[in-house]
Design a binder for this molecule. Structure first.
Ligand code: ADP
Length: 608
């Protein structure tokens, strides 16, 4: 009876495993199907072996002599199924395209199995009994034995030939192959030891607890899906970012030429009005493009914090100057209240601070029709740690936000009350960017709002105190002393003919002697022959970009001409980037007149 013990245990454990496995929610994967076949095969094998062992107890009767070989042969089908499925399993997790071509690859093996089964049924099985245990011998047994050895060797071969693709999923496969070799050897040495079912059940358990646990598989699949979604999202962001960059270049021409038209003497007021409309529309488009570029940079973690010293009073004043024209003709009273305690000089990422405040001020101007907008800056100065907690709030008496919409407010591309928004331009990116920028700097943003009454946006930001003393203001209007710069020789380098034309037009009023080059190579040869007072250099040029051209220019003996980077890439911290690449300054396209004047003043000494 002892011969029944191990197969009976195998029935118990295999049923338990089948119960747990099949009752759990699973993902339909090919390897799972193979594993299912393996569990079922060994469950039936255990049942058959137990049955056969109980028959043999007390000697084999003539009827049993007839039935036992047939049951044995049926049992062998389960072995073949188990070993071939294990081989397929190894193939699936090792060979990348096996899964997709499963039918094609598996068919020869399925034919081989069918032939073996057919042949086995016509082969002999001989029963041998010793001490109440029985065993079987004969060509059918040898055939199954050989087939199982072949599948085991194939599994080893596949794994070893693809050693580079081996990962943690193969560890149990190695363990199982080891156990199988032991089983096959023991079986050959001592066929009376009825432990195969138990050992194969053990293999199924190893697989369950390592690579086939449905929960773990589910998590793995979810992770794969998440990775795929993240990749797709990344591709989308990259696409948007590239598109935005491409849009900035033609925009440069549109804004540039329209501004030139505004300054032209021989155009009618009506035409100039059209030109102004083009400038306004282009600036709107530019804002959208910049928003997309910003959000893509935030998502790609490419946004860097670039701290700089700044005069907060000057900055907040300049933001107010920008926002007043936005309010336009609307009956709105605009107030700015700055705390007396505000330090004279702070240090922080001023470009981002400006963008945050400008976004919420712009929204207040956009979504308020009448009443008041109050821009308030308070601060708590912690002198012992040289830190200043800025407490910025923008209060409006605008349309307000419904309670249920507050949570959506900071989602990207989310605009509330689309029907009301038809007349208000926007992308729904502003607040998403504002929140990301604030949090990136360790700050917080919140909003309190009453529908139809108004909203208050509050931003808390910590900045470093550099000095409490208020420096002399330096934000006077920049005027150009044309007589000082007339005739100065400027080299503009850009691969786009239209951009060269725009730049020439923009520089026309300054009466420079302008020379153009449409490649880095031409710029180099011109710089070797002639001297210039200033070079404006595009960055993205084919074959030799602006950075490389500058590097080679600097190799020319005695070269000391200021070189300004001209770029459609308005990445935060870009000026640092270009300055570290050796440029004296940088201007982004479309060229802003105010910034251009600043640069010209600085490098050509034309300041009044
Ligand atoms: P956009 O202004 O480009 O639509 P934002 O992300 O800046 O995108 O704002 C998202 C939405 O939040 C806006 O579409 C608007 O419905 C709402 N919103 C933002 N600021 C205010 C405000 N001050 N008052 C009322 N609604 C606002």
């Amino acid at each position: 009876m002892s011969g029944v013990l191990l197969p009976a245990c195998a029935i118990f454990f295999s049923s338990l495993l089948a119960l747990v496995y099949f009752l759990k929610e699973r993902i339909s994967l090919l390897e799972n199907k193979m594993y299912s076949v393996m569990i079922i095969s060994i469950l039936f094998d255990s049942i058959l072996v137990t049955l056969l062992q109980s028959f043999a107890y007390g000697g084999v009767t003539p009827i049993e002599k007839m039935v036992v070989p047939i049951l044995n042969k049926i049992d062998y089908i389960f072995y073949i199924a188990f070993f071939s499925c294990l081989f397929f399993y190894t193939m699936i997790i090792t060979i990348p395209n096996f899964k997709n071509n499963f039918k094609k690859y598996a068919t020869p093996f399925i034919i081989l199995n069918s032939l073996a089964i057919l042949f086995m049924f016509f082969s002999k099985v001989q029963i041998i009994t010793i001490d109440g245990n029985y065993s079987v011998e004969g060509s059918a047994v040898n055939l199954v034995y050989i087939l199982c050895v072949i599948y085991t060797l194939l599994s080893i071969g596949v794994t070893l030939f693809n050693i580079k693709r081996i990962d943690k999923r193969h560890i149990p496969i190695f363990a199982m192959i080891g156990i199988m070799i032991i089983i096959l050897i023991i079986f050959k040495i001592n066929p009376y030891l009825i432990f195969i079912s138990a050992a194969l059940t053990f293999i199924n358990y190893i697989m369950f607890f390592t690579i086939e646990n449905p929960d773990v598989k589910m998590i793995e699949q979810l992770n794969l899906a998440k990775d795929a979604a993240e990749k797709a999202n990344h591709a989308k962001t990259e696409f948007l970012s590239n598109m935005s960059h491409e849009i900035r270049t033609p925009l440069n021409a549109i804004v540039g030429f329209s501004e030139c038209m505004l300054e032209a003497k021989d155009l009618s007021e009506e035409t100039k009005g059209f030109a102004q409309d083009i400038v306004d529309a282009s600036n709107n488009l530019l804002e959208i493009v910049n928003g997309i570029l910003d959000i893509s940079k935030i998502e790609a973690n490419k946004m860097e914090i670039v701290p700089k010293e700044y005069n907060p009073r000057e900055v907040f004043n300049s933001l107010s100057k920008l926002i007043i024209p936005r309010i336009g003709e609307k009956p709105i009273e605009y107030n700015m209240i700055l705390s007396e305690d505000l330090p004279g000089v702070l240090k922080g990422d001023i470009a981002k601070v400006k963008q945050i405040i400008l976004n919420i001020l712009t929204n207040a101007a956009k979504y308020t029709d009448k009443g008041e907008i109050t821009f308030n800056v308070n601060c708590i100065n912690r002198m012992e740690s040289n830190k200043c907690l800025l407490y910025i709030s923008v209060k409006d008496t605008g349309r307000g936000i419904k309670k249920e919409d507050i949570d959506k407010l900071f989602n990207k591309f989310e605009r509330l009350e689309a029907d009301k928004n038809t007349t208000v331009e926007g992308t729904g990116l502003g607040l998403a960017i504002t929140k990301s920028l604030t949090e990136m700097m360790g700050g917080r943003i919140n909003v309190v709002s009453k529908y139809n009454e108004g909203s208050t946006f509050r931003v808390y930001l910590e900045q470093e105190i550099v000095s409490m003393e208020i420096p002399e203001s330096s934000s006077e209007e920049i005027e150009i002393d044309y007589s000082a710069i007339t005739g100065k020789k400027i080299l503009i380098v850009d691969d786009s003919k239209i951009n060269l034309k725009v730049a020439c037009q923009i520089l026309k009023p300054y009466n420079f002697n302008v020379v153009t080059a449409d490649s880095g190579f031409e710029a180099l040869s011109l710089a070797k022959e002639q001297t210039f007072d200033l070079i404006l250099m595009d960055i993205m040029m084919p074959k030799m970009n602006g950075v490389e051209t500058l590097r080679q220019l600097k190799e020319i003996e005695g070269f000391n001409i200021p070189v300004i980077a001209l770029t459609a890439d308005a990445i935060e911290g870009t000026d640092e980037k270009y300055k570290s690449a050796g440029f004296n300054d940088y201007l982004s396209k479309p060229i802003d007149r105010y910034l251009l004047n600043k640069v010209l003043n600085k490098f050509l000494g034309g300041k009044k």
